[in-house]
Design a protein around this ligand. Structure first.
Ligand SMILES: NC(=O)c1ccc[n+]([C@@H]2O[C@H](COP(=O)([O-])OP(=O)(O)OC[C@H]3O[C@@H](n4cnc5c(N)ncnc54)[C@H](OP(=O)(O)O)[C@@H]3O)[C@@H](O)[C@H]2O)c1
Length: 335
């Protein structure tokens, strides 16, 4: 009999999540039925979306999230024993999963493609959902051209750090916006960004006007709010904005969101385009994105960084730390 540990979403978040909003429980799993497999978590992901999506899940359910897991028992030939899978199994150490069940269809578990010498943990970041968010969300929505100026906010995170590097591969000039001098130094010294702005200590409007005197062609927006309003007002004619997320608002109740600035003149006179997206829209070419990101990484054109928290019991703290900007690159938990 296998015992699974799982985190229950025990209390609705009020502002920044607290460790006490989660409850650790144990359950004994039943025998496997035909078509099912049993997976043991190796790495789990903590992601910003968990904060806004938590509004839609009932109190008392297992906390949502993706993981990289090893199949330790299987009654499904498509998911053989010892295969490594990505699955949206939630915050749990062991999972019995039936890939044909109706609830499994939204984000179906998949056996990881070969990552060669790269670590399997990248299936949660660089070679997984955040990787494809950067790859498709930037290239297909911003449609960058060589020589253009690209700005990315949330630049030192899982998605943002990749967007800036992909923009460099495409021959763009890249300005990253991040929350510390150490993060800014990492972006410019190691990842090849042309410039980085610390939004906590610098005037974005002034510094960006210096780095992009003729305006910004593409803005990849991970944060929303005041940072984005400043960038949007400094765009060039026919600029494109890809709206990926708005993490600056995630811990704030809607009633307390900042009053909306008037952005319409920038949109009209600069003839801007802004599009939001959810990465699952690119599901039909998911593995093409991963293959390209893997190739660029093996060629040394893309670098990755992971911030790893050890211990399944530290999942809540890892989520809280990531929401507060403790991570460089992808935040993950090693069981
Ligand atoms: N549309 C989609 O399908 C999709 C898919 C994946 C992710 N996303 C979105 O993409 C964004 C980045 O996700 P990620 O997984 O790559 O996370 P991440 O950037 O690795 O981690 C979150 C980062 O957000 C920054 N942050 C926190 N509070 C902030 C604030 N008030 N203002 C500005 N920055 C703040 C922190 O960095 P600093 O130290 O720089 O503040 C923190 O490290 C999120 O908005 C997420 O919801 C969207």
């Amino acid at each position: 009999m296998v015992k699974a540990k799982k985190f229950i979403f025990a209390a609705r978040f009020d502002g920044l999540p607290k460790v006490t909003d989660f409850r650790l429980e144990e359950e004994t799993l039943p025998e496997l039925k035909d078509g099912e497999f049993l997976a043991e978590a190796i790495y789990l992901s903590v992601d910003p979306y968990m904060r806004p999506y938590s509004e839609r899940i009932p109190i008392g359910c297992t906390m949502i999230g993706g993981q990289i897991a090893k199949i330790i028992e299987s009654k499904n030939a498509d998911y053989p024993k010892n295969a490594i899978v990505y699955g949206s199994f939630g915050w749990r150490t062991h999972t019995i999963y039936n890939p044909t069940s109706p609830e499994a269809q939204l984000v179906k578990a998949y056996v990881l493609p070969s990552f060669g010498k790269l670590p399997e943990s990248l299936g949660l970041g660089h070679l997984g959902m955040p990787g494809n968010t950067a790859y498709f969300g930037f290239l297909e929505i911003c449609e960058p051209k060589e020589g253009e100026v690209v700005v990315v906010s949330g630049a030192a995170g899982a998605v943002g750090s990749l967007v800036g590097q992909i923009a460099k591969i495409k021959g763009c000039k890249v300005v990253g916006i991040a929350g510390s001098d150490d993060k800014c130094a990492w972006l410019t010294r190691e990842l090849g960004f042309d410039h980085a702005i610390n939004y906590k200590t610098e005037s974005i409007a002034e510094v960006l006007a210096k780095y992009a005197p003729d305006g910004v062609d593409c803005y990849f927006d991970n944060v929303g709010g005041g940072i984005s309003s400043i960038v949007i007002n400094q765009m060039r004619e026919f600029g494109r904005i890809s709206v990926c997320g708005s993490i600056s608002s995630y811990n704030t109740p809607v009633a307390d969101w900042p009053k909306v600035p008037i952005l319409q003149p920038a949109f009209v006179f600069k003839q801007l385009t802004m599009k939001g997206f959810v990465v699952t829209r690119f599901w039909d070419k998911w593995f093409d994105g991963i293959a390209q990101l893997k190739k660029w990484t093996e060629e040394g054109k893309l670098q990755y960084r992971e911030t790893i928290t050890n211990g399944f019991e530290n999942m809540p703290q890892a989520l809280i730390d990531m929401l507060q900007g403790q991570n460089f690159g992808k935040a993950i938990v090693k069981v």
